[in-house]
Design a protein around this ligand. Structure first.
Ligand SMILES: Nc1ncnc2c1ncn2[C@@H]1O[C@H](COP(=O)(O)OP(=O)(O)OP(=O)(O)O)[C@@H](O)[C@H]1O
Length: 366
């Protein structure tokens, strides 16, 4: 178990990681999501020992490793840039880490061969051991980089945007494969990504980081359905977020009011999930729904889903996501006046500090 307690790191007096407490269990896939500059790489570097914390404590299975050099931590680090040796073939790149590691190097050639072959098979490169790394595709290089780390049997494998350089198709395939590899080896993976879909799809647990602080640590489903903070709702990229004010139990957005029973008065954000909204062109929305006038802009087809983009009177773009399993695609002319509506019970309300007003708050105060 890896434990971080009040870990802080500042550059030029500005905290990149700010008093982070985190417990990483054995045998889990943890994804770390956050916008650019939120401190994702810094957090990995502190855990790996490539940077040292200013204060706080990092421990691995009870041992204090806060200031232990990288090569003595028994942690693996897979970087986006691969970091492979270009003058060596795939086999030797993978074998290198095993032969020359500080803790328990493997000197017996047949043992090296056995372990390297087994890990190359696992990452799907069983036939490419003799290939020079310059002759590999990006996806293959990424696998070599992963194999080189995994062959050393680290307790925790840290992955910094491992799929960042891959095209969308390959990314999706590697997403599934990484999960399988992790499950086969039973090693903890901590995977940094700036891509919300990747974070939601891969992790058993997900960490959302902003300005060096953990906004939420929970299973991806909770992060998606019940973001604890308006920042989290923004990063998962699944909500339309309206800024306004709550007064007398309703949320005011421009000259419109939507029910927000029990929410305390003051500045607030109101979030409507893309797939909870409906578009009406010539029929009125259901009476129980809240609604907004909008102008249709465009649509985008994404396999089993359709995205519709509308513009609100203040210029804000409002996204509506519909699944083709539930309804046929709509053909709407750009510029058509529409109404978007949603069940107000499905909307989330966040207070002026960005904290979500939970069901209990809303019910309790109603
Ligand atoms: N060596 C450094 N010197 C000074 N500032 C740094 C250094 N490394 C990181 N920072 C700053 O710390 C903050 C966090 O950076 P970090 O690289 O951890 O973010 P990130 O979430 O990984 O971003 P990205 O997704 O763009 O890689 C940023 O404001 C960055 O400018």
């Amino acid at each position: 178990m890896l434990e971080l307690s009040r870990v802080t790191k500042a550059y030029a007096g500005i905290p990149a990681i700010d008093a982070v407490d985190l417990t990483i269990r054995d045998d889990e896939y943890l994804t770390l999501l956050g916008p650019s500059g939120s401190g994702k790489s810094t957090l990995l570097r502190l855990i790996a020992g490539l940077d040292m914390a200013d204060s706080g404590r990092i421990s691995l299975d009870g041992d204090d490793i806060t200031f232990r050099p990288t090569h003595l931590r028994n942690l693996g680090f897979v970087q986006q840039s691969y970091g492979l040796f270009p003058h060596m073939n795939v086999f030797d790149n993978v074998a290198f880490g095993l032969r020359y590691r500080e803790i328990d190097p493997v000197t017996d050639d047949s043992e090296v061969t056995r372990r390297v072959r087994s890990i190359l098979d696992l990452v799907g490169l069983g036939d490419l051991g003799g290939r020079m790394v310059g002759q590999l595709s990006g996806g293959q290089k990424q696998r070599v980089s992963l194999a080189r780390t995994l062959v050393t049997e680290p307790k925790v494998c840290l992955l910094d945007e491992p799929l960042g350089a891959l095209d969308a198709n390959l990314r999706e395939r590697m997403t599934v494969e990484l999960r399988k590899i992790r499950e086969t080896l039973g090693v903890t993976f901590m995977h940094v990504t700036g891509n919300e879909a990747e974070a939601l799809a891969m992790g058993d647990r997900m960490i959302v980081l902003d300005r060096g602080r953990l906004l939420q640590v929970s299973d991806p489903d909770s992060v998606f359905r019940a973001p604890r903070n308006v920042g989290v709702a923004r990063f998962v990229n699944a909500y339309n977020i309206l800024e306004g004010e709550v007064s007398d139990g309703s949320f005011r957005y421009r000259d419109l009011r939507f029910p927000a029973h029990g929410a305390p008065s003051g500045r607030a954000s109101y979030a409507i999930r893309h797939d909870a909204a409906e578009i009406h062109t010539d029929t009125a929305p259901p009476e129980s729904h809240a609604s907004l006038p909008a102008t249709f802009v465009a649509s985008e087809f994404l396999g089993s889903r359709f995205f519709y983009f509308l513009r609100l009177p203040d210029g804000t773009i409002f996204d509506v996501e519909r699944h083709l399993s539930r309804e046929d695609p709509r053909r709407i002319e750009a510029g058509t006046a529409c109404t978007v509506s949603w069940d107000p019970a499905s909307a989330l309300v966040f207070d002026a500090q960005g904290a979500r007003l939970g069901d209990d708050t809303l019910k309790g105060a109603a």
